[in-house]
Every structure is written in C-alpha cells, then in structure tokens.
Design a protein around this ligand. Structure first.
Ligand SMILES: Cc1cc2nc3c(=O)[nH]c(=O)nc-3n(C[C@H](O)[C@H](O)[C@H](O)COP(=O)(O)OP(=O)(O)OC[C@H]3O[C@@H](n4cnc5c(N)ncnc54)[C@H](O)[C@@H]3O)c2cc1C
Length: 448
C-alpha cells in the first residue's frame, strides 16, 4: 500500500472546521446550568436542558465538534464497547443494563438524525465484530453468547453469510446501528444547538472549576461563568482540573486513515455486500468501513497514552500509518496497491472498568465520561439522560447502570506505555501465528 503522499490532518478527514465561531466568554455570565465541552455529549446535554426550559450555557475550548466527535470512524454501535468477555467476567450483573443502554443509545442517535434531518450519510447497516482467524472466530462465538444472554440482538455467520469481505473468516453482526459521516453529524448537531435557546461560547478554554458558596464558578481566560449546576463533558480532557475525580479515565490518542477513491468494481469484488463497518477481535482492534466516496477508512491498532494536561494537538505518527497500511494490505490483498490519502487522530478517554461512567460530585457537579471508543452512540444518549436527571432530580434506569454515587475509581491497569506496548505485541504475536497456520494449510513454508 502506498503511503508517500499522505495528508496529515490536524482536525478531521470528514469535514472542514466551521467558520462561524461563537464568541468567547467575556466578564461575568450567570446561568442555571453550565456545560463544559461541546462534543456530541455536551451538546446533547445543553440542547436537552434548553428544550426543558433551563437557562443553559455551553463553554467550548475551540468549536463545538472539535474533539473526537468529528474525528471518529462513524460506526454507530449497538453493543457496549470494551472487551465483552472481560466485562462479563468482572461485571456480569451489569451486562443486561449495558446491553439495553447500548441499543437505546443507537436508537436515540438514529431518532435525533431523523428528527433534525441531519445530512450525515447515515445508513443503518449494523456493524460486525469481524474474525481475521479461526481463533478470533472462537472469540466471536463466545462474545455472541454473552451478548445474546444479556438480551442483545446479534447474528453469527461466515463472511459470505454476513456480506463482509471474503478474506475474513466470519463474524457477529450487531443488527442495531450503522455507519455515518461523524463530522457532518457533529456539525449538524452544532447547528441545531446554535438555533436553540442555549447560550454557546466557543474559543473559551475553561481553566478551573470550583465551588463557591452554593454555586459553581467556571474560570476562563477573560471571564467567569457562575452556575447552580455544572456538567463536565470534556471527555479525554477531563483530568485538567482538581475537581475531577482521581483516576476517572486515561487519555488515549487513536488514529484513522483513509484510502484514495477506489474503483467501485474493485470494492464490489471484495464481497462486502452488507456495507457494515468492521472491528477485528484483536485486544486492540482494527476497524474498517466503506464511505460513500468509494474510499475505505480504517484505523486504531495502537493506543498512545497522553501523559500531561493540556493534551497536545497532534497529528498521527507516520510509523503507525505505515503499520496500519501494512495491516490493510494483508486484510485486503486485492487492494494492496491502493494509496493512503490522509490520516487524522483524536483523544478518547478509557476508564479502568472499560465501562462508560456518569455521576455527581457533591450535589451540583455532574460528569459523564469515556464511552471507551463507543461514544458516537452513547455520549449523546448519556448526555441527554444527565440533562433529564438535573431537571427531574431522578435517574433514568439506563443512567443508573453507569451511575457512581461515590466518585472513587481504581488506577487503570495496563494503561501505561509499557502495558499498552505489551498488549500490542501480543496482538502481533497472534497475527504471526495465524499467518504461519494459514500458510501451513496452503502448503507454504514461509510465514506471512
Ligand atoms: C479516531 C477515533 C475513532 C473513533 N471511532 C468511533 C466509532 O467508530 N464509534 C464510536 O462509537 N466511537 C468512536 N470513537 C469515540 C467517540 O468519538 C467518542 O467517544 C465521542 O465522540 C465522545 O464524545 P464527547 O462529547 O464525550 O467528547 P469530545 O468529542 O472529545 O468532546 C469534548 C470537547 O471538550 C472540549 N474541551 C476540552 N477541554 C476543554 C476545556 N478545558 N474547556 C472547554 N472545552 C474543552 C474539546 O474541545 C471537545 O470539543 C472514536 C474516537 C476517535 C478519536
């Protein structure tokens, strides 16, 4: 795969940044609820609060949609994120609630797109847990049992049965969810928010959040916001303030890469008739999806830990782009000559349990964090439920699944650089073994 003329985007490959930015906070602003962070999570919270008659202010460091909300792979998942076998082992009782939440979240986003007529190329294709080896297929079957027992809706089949590329062994189809252009979705949501009664301040990096009297004071470079309630919705950037619970999450940088446009006949020859987005069953997944511009967007495979706040603006490491291109060529040998056109990345938050979290610090600071790479569906839904909890004073049962009354979290395991490197190496070792087994079956003598 050719990687010599890649454009490294500092924002996203899906859309251009908006030009109609809202002004920054100046002087003193008062409100009932202040939401910090204008991703799809924070925007959904602010929108719902405005719709429910609250005087709400949203404060965003750059522009609404600047974070991972516009940069992700656009795979709207209908199942929880993380390692479902591990989650089942450690949090079995929570699995039915997590499953319900995941499916409701995907439907919530679909309804939002339809209600506001957001042009984000959404197609309800479902997504597949894809197996690149027989070992991964065993894992897919075990995960499918767990998901089905928890009340989820999935189908297991061969690549041909599911309509996923023929080079794969098979997979598990999540029947709920699909694929979209996440940049268009985020900026579409921004448009709905700007047209609402919420006051939106962009270009305003919050530098501190403290309690003063019965109120919360949000400090920014040129002014302060005084609110009765605050919602922290900055995702990976949550650790910037002392008020954030310790070990709430770990910031991780992940990337996506897009090919040049591919001849539709060559795409058709892959047998990818369902058009479903794919995630492999490595410990650190690879994801692959088609786009309406006849390209393939793919990514992740390696997690890079952020070590200090504020998190830097980054572009992808060319070495990782090369590595992803190598993996692409092995998964799609017939497209090994296609070039990589561009690459971008973003910060996600991973929690120690790999579960999304929400809760309250004291009685007036709410947080919602870390849909662990599955936030395209879950961040807007959880954000909406938090808005309802503030107005109604009670928790929806889906929010109760994630809720932490006491914001105490264990230090995340294996999330340091050596731990992440080890997980990556185990994936590569398994890939090598699978390559050798495949070659042995074909009678070859050299491992791939
Ligand atoms: C490369 C990549 C691929 C992914 N693929 C998928 C996928 O296919 N499917 C899926 O479900 N999920 C995916 N995700 C995860 C998903 O994008 C996120 O879980 C989701 O967008 C989180 O939304 P959010 O609103 O919580 O956070 P964000 O979108 O990150 O928003 C946080 C906002 O807070 C702002 N902010 C930060 N600090 C401050 C401050 N101090 N003051 C004010 N504002 C601040 C930021 O500018 C940002 O706009 C992916 C993520 C990445 C990066």
């Amino acid at each position: 795969m050719r990687t010599h003329s890649v454009t490294y985007e500092s924002f996203s490959g899906w859309v251009e940044a908006p030009t109609d930015l809202r002004p920054a906070v100046e002087g003193k602003v008062t409100c009932q609820v202040a939401v910090i962070g204008g991703g799809i999570g924070g925007m959904s919270t602010a929108l719902r609060l405005a719709q429910r008659g609250q005087d709400v202010v949203l404060v965003e460091a750059e522009f609404c949609g600047h974070g991972s909300s516009s940069r992700n792979a656009g795979q709207l998942a209908g199942a929880p994120g993380g390692d479902l076998q591990l989650l089942n082992l450690l949090s079995r009782k929570k699995m039915p609630g997590m499953m319900r939440l995941a499916e409701h979240a995907a439907h919530h986003v679909e309804d939002f797109i339809a209600k506001h007529d957001i042009d984000c190329e959404y197609e309800p294709t479902g997504n597949a847990f894809a197996a690149v080896s027989r070992g991964q297929m065993g894992r897919v079957r075990r995960v499918a049992n767990i998901v089905t027992r928890a009340g989820g809706h999935v189908e297991v089949g061969t690549a041909e049965e599911l309509g996923i590329p023929r080079g794969l062994v098979g997979g598990m189809r999540e029947t709920i969810g699909g694929r979209m252009n996440p940049g268009k979705f985020s900026l579409g949501m921004r448009r709905v928010l700007l047209d609402s009664a919420a006051q939106v301040f962009e270009q305003t990096r919050v530098t501190d959040v403290v309690r003063e009297g019965g109120q919360v004071v949000v400090t920014t470079p040129r002014g302060r916001v005084l609110a009765d309630h605050v919602v922290l919705a900055t995702n990976a950037f949550a650790g910037e303030w002392d008020i954030t619970p310790k070990h709430l999450s770990v910031p991780i940088y992940v990337i996506e890469v897009e090919t040049e446009p591919i001849d539709p006949a060559r795409i058709a020859a892959l047998g990818w008739t369902s058009g479903m987005g794919l995630v492999t069953q490595h410990a650190i997944m690879e994801n692959y999806r088609l786009t309406p511009r006849n390209t393939i967007v793919f990514g992740v495979r390696r997690l890079e830990r952020g070590t200090s706040y504020p998190l830097p603006d980054k572009t992808p490491d060319p070495g990782l782009v090369e590595e992803l291109a190598g993996a692409f060529a092995r998964r799609f040998p017939s497209l090994a000559d296609v070039a990589v056109d561009r690459a971008w990345g973003g910060w996600i938050a991973i929690t120690s349990s790999w579960l999304p979290l929400a809760g309250r610090i004291g009685d007036n600071i709410h947080y919602s964090i870390a849909c662990n790479g599955h936030g395209l569906a879950q961040a807007p839904y959880v954000g909406t439920l938090i808005a309802d909890a503030i107005v109604d004073g009670e928790l929806h049962e889906d929010l109760r699944t994630l809720w932490h009354d006491k914001p105490r979290f264990p230090r995340p395991m294996m999330m340091g650089r050596p731990g992440l490197r080890t997980i990556w190496a185990i994936d590569r070792f398994n890939d090598m073994l699978n390559g050798s087994r495949r070659n042995a079956r074909r009678g070859a003598t050299v491992p791939s």
